[in-house]
Structure formats: structure tokens, C-alpha cells
Design a protein around this ligand. Structure first.
Ligand code: FMN
Ligand code: 7N5
Length: 398
């Protein structure tokens, strides 16, 4: 259905050129093929046209007044770049590594649930896109596809995102399955003891398909939605364990030998606790502004967390990354890598695997350009001195 709508938008001749075919690929990589989107915003526009409103609103929306949703993006706009010139930038190396795993750039795929809402291939398509870009995908606990399907879809480094359910056995089973299927780390989401209030989903009476992995492991109330409102909210109320606390990090460590990253930290206090608790990494995230409205924009919280962690473990950030310059700013403020959520989802909705891949490639190309124009030849050369934050400007006035 989505493809039909999409061809109506692009014209039937605009099918994706597989990467194996020579000529057109390089044009596409530079976004110069006729009618292909040239930036994330254009992918978002195509996704909005391609998707039923209920699904687009679910993906795009945030919590309550959507203040944090706007801020996640706006705060990047308030950070300026301080380019250095007359540096030989004929060779740019964007590669980096996380927990010992190499990536072609510091741009990873954030865990987002229910990819079949965007494309019938679901997370299998996203995983292939991430693999083609040599980057790490974090597979959502709420994925449409089963974890085994994604694991066998392509050879890639993958992390597994975990929600802790009231039914601990369900969460534990999936952690063990992830471990045996070769996932390299567990990303424990800590900002969702209960679901945020997403008013578009309430208004649309959002129908949330039961995640592929959960269907066989537990029986859920088939009548979800009978009271009206968001079925996702009812699903979350039925499943998520709101008693989740720091001691459960110990529990998780007792059932897996995989490194554990904590996703959803925005304060120095919690960052320090995460390190004390033995986290292998901290992800500065406000869940794409879908949980607590008026939480800080993640790029504004990043430096506080980086300072608190003091190099003990890598710090990642997600939320609002829409440009290569955003990635550059995050690196300058101390992130090891960024994760992108909605942009990849929009690419998937607009053009399936090819779209998800193109979104990651565009962001990579934009990062490469930002690095060249700032005089940075490697990610290690991107420093705090390359950005000017609001805080810097205020301090300069004092
Ligand atoms: C549609 C959607 C579904 C999401 N599902 C999950 C999820 O299952 N688990 C999770 O930890 N985070 C989830 N997130 C949050 C993302 O991992 C990430 O924090 C966020 O999307 C980053 O912001 P961005 O979309 O502006 O890049 C979801 C976000 C979106 C937009
Ligand atoms: C139980 C929540 C599943 C998906 C999710 O995390 C989101 O929509 O933000």
C-alpha cells in the first residue's frame, strides 16, 4: 500500500537503483538523482504522504505540549560552529568504534518499535540498511519482526533494546535469545516506567500491533482499546514494570554477560549512578521527546552527562539529529556517537530499505562535509573548541 502511494508521489520510474549497479549509484549517493529527497526533512514529507495519519502521528509525535519535541531540534540550531581553515582536508575519516565494534561513522540506528507500520519488511529492511552502511542498529524490544528474523537477515553488529516487563520471564527470555543470536550489547531503556502521554495517539485511538517477539511469550488482553484512547498506552500499562529501579540493573547483569548501556539519562546525578551500577555506556536520550515533556533537549544535557561520566564509559546521544552538522555538534560536546530514530523510520516509510539506507548515507555525507569545512580529518579531531553553545555566549557576556 505504501509503495503504491509512494510511486504516485515520485512517479513509477523512480525505483531505487541497487547499490550493485554502477553509474546512477554515485548520483544517488550525492542526492542528485531526479526527485530523490536531498535531506531528512524531504523524507519526512514523503513519509507523511505515504503513511496513514494514525501511523505518521505515532512516529512523528511527542508527549503533551511537544515542547521537548521542538526543543530537541531547536537546541541544535542554537549551537554554532567554529570552523578552522587552511587544514588539508583531502582525506576525511569518519570511522569510529563502540565497545570495540567498528562503524563507518558515528551515526547509529536508534531502537524504534513496529517498523511494519512503515514497511511490510519491517526491521529486516532497517537491519539491511544499517548493515549496508556499516553501522550498528539497536533493535527495539517492540519490533514487528521476530528477533530471529532480524538476526538472520544480514551480517551486522546489532544491540538489543530491552523493556523490563512485569513478566520478568518474558524480558529475561528475550535477553537470552538476543545473546545466543549474537547481539553484542543490551540497551536498557530507563525513561519509560510508564508511557508518556501522546495526545495524537489518544485522539487517533492508535492501534499498536503486538510486537513480534511478545506474541508467543505472553497472552495480552485482546480487547485492548475497548475503552477508546491509545491502544499503545493500554499495551504499555499492561506490560511495562513501573517498579523498575537501580537494583534491577544488578538483576540484568545476573542474567547476561553482555555489556549493558542505559538509555534515557539526562542528568549528571543519574550518569554517575549508571557508571557506579556498572553500565558499559550511557545514552543521553529523552525517548525522542515522547515521554516527559519539558525534559531538556538532549543536546543541551549532553555536556553535563559527559562531564559526570568523566571518560569512564562512552556517552551516546539521540533526539533531534536531522543534519550532519548536528552529528558534528554532538561529537564536539563529547558524544562517542549519535543514534537516529525518526529519520530512519521516515526513510523506511518513503522508500523501504533503500530509503532507510539513503537517510543514513545522507547524514554521513553531511557529516563528512561539516568535518571538511571545520578542518577536522577524523572524529578525534572534532573538539569542544569547534562549537559555540548558548552557555558559552552567556559566559562570554559575564
Ligand atoms: C516511532 C518511535 C518508536 C520508538 N520506540 C522505541 C522503543 O521501542 N524503544 C526505545 O528505547 N526507544 C524508542 N523510541 C525512542 C528512540 O529510540 C529514540 O530515543 C528517539 O527516536 C530519538 O529521537 P529522534 O527520533 O528525534 O531521532 C521510539 C521513537 C519513535 C519515534
Ligand atoms: C511500549 C512502547 C513501545 C514503543 C515506544 O517506545 C515508543 O513508541 O516510544
Amino acid at each position: 500500500m505504501y509503495f503504491t502511494r509512494f510511486s504516485a508521489i515520485l512517479g513509477s520510474s523512480q525505483s531505487f537503483t541497487p547499490s550493485s549497479s554502477p553509474g546512477p549509484k554515485s548520483l544517488e549517493a550525492r542526492g542528485m538523482e531526479d526527485n530523490l529527497p536531498v535531506n531528512v526533512r524531504e523524507y519526512q514529507e514523503l513519509a507523511e504522504k505515504a503513511l496513514p495519519k494514525m501511523y505518521y502521528d505515532y512516529i512523528n509525535g511527542g508527549a503533551e505540549d511537544e515542547h521537548t519535541l521542538r526543543e530537541n531540534i531547536a537546541a541544535y540550531g542554537r549551537i554554532l560552529l567554529r570552523p578552522r581553515v587552511l587544514i588539508d582536508v583531502s582525506k576525511i575519516n569518519m570511522s569510529t568504534s563502540l565497545l570495540g565494534y567498528d562503524m563507518s561513522s558515528p551515526i547509529m540506528v536508534a531502537p524504534t518499535g513496529a517498523h511494519k507500520l512503515a514497511n511490510p519488511e519491517g526491521e529486516v529492511a532497517t537491519a539491511r540498511a544499517a548493515a549496508a552502511c556499516n553501522t550498528i542498529m539497536v533493535l527495539s524490544f517492540a519490533s514487528s519482526c521476530k528477533i530471529e528474523e532480524v538476526a538472520s537477515s544480514c551480517n551486522a553488529i546489532r544491540f538489543y533494546q530491552l523493556y523490563v516487563y512485569k513478566r520478568r520471564d518474558v524480558s529475561a527470555t528475550l535477553v537470552r535469545r538476543a545473546e545466543s543470536l549474537g547481539f553484542k550489547a543490551i540497551v536498557l531503556t530507563v525513561d519509560t516506567p510508564v508511557l508518556g502521554r501522546r495526545e495524537a495517539d489518544i485522539r487517533n485511538k492508535m492501534i499498536f500491533p503486538q510486537p513480534g517477539n511478545v506474541v508467543d511469550l505472553m497472552s495480552l488482553d485482546n480487547d485492548l482499546g475497548a475503552e477508546g484512547g491509545s491502544k499503545l498506552e493500554q499495551f504499555a500499562r499492561e506490560t511495562l514494570d513501573p517498579s523498575l529501579s537501580w537494583k534491577d540493573v544488578e538483576w540484568l547483569k545476573s542474567i547476561t554477560s553482555l555489556p549493558i548501556l542505559l538509555k534515557g539519562i539526562v542528568t549528571a546525578e543519574d550518569a554517575r549512578k549508571a557508571v557506579e551500577a556498572g553500565a558499559a555506556g550511557v545514552i543521553v536520550s529523552n525517548h525522542g521527546a515522547r515521554q516527559l515533556d519539558y525534559a531538556p533537549a538532549t543536546i543541551s544535557a549532553l555536556e553535563e552527562v559527559v562531564k559526570a561520566v568523566a571518560g569512564a564509559v562512552p556517552v551516546l546521544v539521540d533526539g533531534g539529529v536531522r543534519r550532519g552538522t548536528d552529528v558534528f555538534k554532538a561529537l564536539a560536546l563529547g558524544a562517542k556517537a549519535v543514534m537516529v530514530g525518526r529519520p530512519v523510520f521516515f526513510g523506511l516509510a518513503a522508500r523501504g530499505e533503500a530509503g532507510a539506507r539513503h537517510v543514513i548515507e545522507m547524514l554521513k555525507n553531511e557529516l563528512e562535509l561539516a568535518m571538511a569545512l571545520c578542518g577536522c580529518r577524523s572524529v578525534a579531531e572534532v573538539t569542544r573548541a569547534h562549537v559555540l553553545t548558548e552557555g558559552d555566549r552567556i559566559r562570554a557576556l559575564l
